[in-house]
Design a protein around this ligand. Structure first.
Ligand SMILES: Cc1cc2nc3c(=O)[nH]c(=O)nc-3n(C[C@H](O)[C@H](O)[C@H](O)COP(=O)(O)OP(=O)(O)OC[C@H]3O[C@@H](n4cnc5c(N)ncnc54)[C@H](O)[C@@H]3O)c2cc1C
Ligand SMILES: NC(=O)c1ccc[n+]([C@@H]2O[C@H](COP(=O)([O-])OP(=O)(O)OC[C@H]3O[C@@H](n4cnc5c(N)ncnc54)[C@H](O)[C@@H]3O)[C@@H](O)[C@H]2O)c1
Length: 458
């Protein structure tokens, strides 16, 4: 006997629970299936815990720098058990608030277990069969683990097991120099670990322009983080202290010995358990579920939202997928993922706020463009705070005067970048922002000055 619903939602990540609640509130009978924890990666082993840890790491860093501000903080030590407990409290509060909210909604039934398709309108969970004309997949992703010889013989960490660490490693080796690798690298260096990062790329956060990568590298190297790029031939073995790694760095053999190894080499979509074949759902070459601009899969009545569709890899993109699907289905809307402006941040300290096209993208496109850059040292707020690392960069279409993209690496870069978002979303020329009066002394007040120095991109 199957149980009949109006909608089934697989995965309680950053879109599923919100869609489940909205549909239930609108009177639909909804099943939400989750195999592990409400809130998915973001709440449990992604954004929330890492940003809580970043905050502790910043407190340690600023305490060590106290003398720069004329303050005597004495000998600074880090209590990792207390750091972890603080993080666990913040995560716990988010999970309980989600649990209370979802548990108290009429029309919503929460099923704990792993879901898999039986057909295009039937899903199995814990031996039960659920049926619905509409099914939404929000199953997210998990760490990609390289196929390195020796990996199965050693103990390694990923972003999930990092959450249980309550000691400062003697020497943390990190594979991967992007979001996950760099955020953990800086926080653990600040907690007091020796940190080495290796990557098969040629620079940190290699999706960004060279000058941004270089500035990120300078910031992190100044805190003692060691980088090895262009690595290959990684082999791992257990050692007395933890792990030994033999690898090639730009073709030359090198040995590393660390107490802990964190794998941060990208993420894969969670699709295996879903038995997509039973419903005939198509995936792309990289294994992500293919969707159109309304988040519809190739099978009528089945949608895919969040990281699993490969159209975004952030909490805000997953949440926006929910908004689009909900508006289109429940409010008669016609919203479209195609108009979404890419925006994201790398939460090292100071953070990198990014929007739209990079300089490399603009050069490749051949568009006539203007560009301006400015070191953060020119920003009064940064000088007053003795935090002058980084740079501001903006690119503008030479014909329409609309902003094409920007990179703000510096204090408040993750917040200030939203000024460009408003301009871009409103399709306004940059002069609107340039002529508006901003508050002194803020980082934002220097954006009009930055815009005043735009010159043609050679
Ligand atoms: C360390 C780290 C830090 C991050 N920091 C940020 C950040 O600062 N800002 C940001 O925007 N993004 C960040 N991200 C990315 C962000 O976490 C994800 O983009 C976000 O969680 C969106 O995920 P989602 O909604 O696709 O699904 P997820 O959050 O991955 O949730 C999917 C859920 O589906 C469940 N599930 C999977 N398969 C099944 C199944 N077959 N049956 C039942 N349930 C299933 C899983 O248990 C999980 O709970 C970070 C990621 C990591 C790893
Ligand atoms: N601030 C944020 O919003 C935030 C924070 C953390 C994670 N995330 C999300 O998580 C996703 C995953 O992040 P990530 O940093 O794990 O992956 P990524 O795909 O961004 O980067 C992977 C890194 O690992 C390296 N790498 C890959 N294979 C390797 C190999 N065999 N040997 C050595 N190096 C190798 C790459 O060169 C790169 O430096 C991101 O797409 C992002 O959306 C976001």
């Amino acid at each position: 006997m199957s149980q009949q619903f109006d909608a089934i939602i697989i995965g309680a990540g950053q879109s599923g629970p919100f869609l489940a609640a909205k549909m239930a509130e609108a009177g639909s009978k909804v099943a939400l299936i989750e195999r592990e924890h409400l809130g998915g990666t973001c709440v449990n082993d992604g954004c929330t815990p890492t940003k809580s840890l970043v905050a502790s790491a910043r407190a340690a860093h600023m305490a060590r720098r106290a003398a720069d501000f004329g303050v005597n903080a004495g000998n600074v030590t880090v209590d990792m058990k207390a750091v972890k407990a603080r993080k666990d409290t913040i995560v716990g509060a988010s999970v309980s608030s989600l649990t209370d909210w979802l548990g108290n909604l009429d029309n919503l039934t929460l099923f704990w277990g792993e879901a898999g398709f039986l057909s295009a309108n039937e899903v199995s969970v814990n031996g039960k069969t659920l049926t619905a004309p509409k099914i939404f997949i929000n199953s997210g992703g998990r760490p990609a683990v390289p196929d390195w010889p020796g990996l199965s013989e050693i103990t390694y960490l990923d972003n999930t097991s990092m959450m249980d660490l309550d000691v400062v490693p003697d020497h943390l080796i990190i594979a991967g120099a992007s979001y996950v690798g760099l955020e953990f690298a800086q926080m653990y260096a600040r907690f007091g670990a020796r940190v080495t990062v290796f990557s098969n790329g040629d620079r940190p956060i290699a999706r960004e322009d060279d000058d941004i990568s270089e500035a990120v590298r300078e910031i992190l190297e100044a805190e003692g983080i060691q980088f090895l790029f262009n690595t290959s031939g990684v082999k791992l073995s257990k050692s007395e202290n933890g792990v030994e790694i033999v690898l090639k760095v730009a073709g030359k053999s090198q040995k590393l010995s660390g107490s802990h190894l964190l794998i941060a080499t990208g993420r894969l979509p969670n699709t295996e358990a879903l038995n997509l074949i039973a419903a005939g759902i198509a995936t792309n070459r990289r294994g992500f579920i293919e969707v159109d601009d309304h988040l519809r899969t190739n099978v009528p009545g089945i949608w895919a939202m969040g990281d699993v569709n490969g159209r975004g890899a952030f909490t805000h993109t997953s949440y926006n997928d929910f908004e689009i699907v909900a508006d289109n289905l429940l409010e008669d809307g016609n919203r479209d993922i195609g108009v979404r402006i890419p925006i994201y941040a790398l939460f090292i300290d100071p953070p990198l706020g990014r929007i739209g096209m990079s300089e490399t993208d603009v050069r490749k496109s051949g568009k006539p463009a203007l560009m301006a850059t400015m070191p953060m040292a020119k920003v009064a707020r940064a000088r007053e705070r003795s935090e002058t690392q980084g740079l501001l960069k903006v690119l503008v279409d030479a014909e329409t005067k609309q902003v094409l993209g920007g990179a703000f690496l510096g204090i408040e870069g993750d917040e200030v970048i939203h000024g460009l978002l408003q301009l871009m979303a409103g399709k306004q020329p940059y002069t609107v922002m340039q002529h508006a009066v901003h508050i002194h002394p803020t980082v934002s007040e220097l954006i009009p000055t930055l815009l005043g120095t735009l010159t043609p991109l050679e």
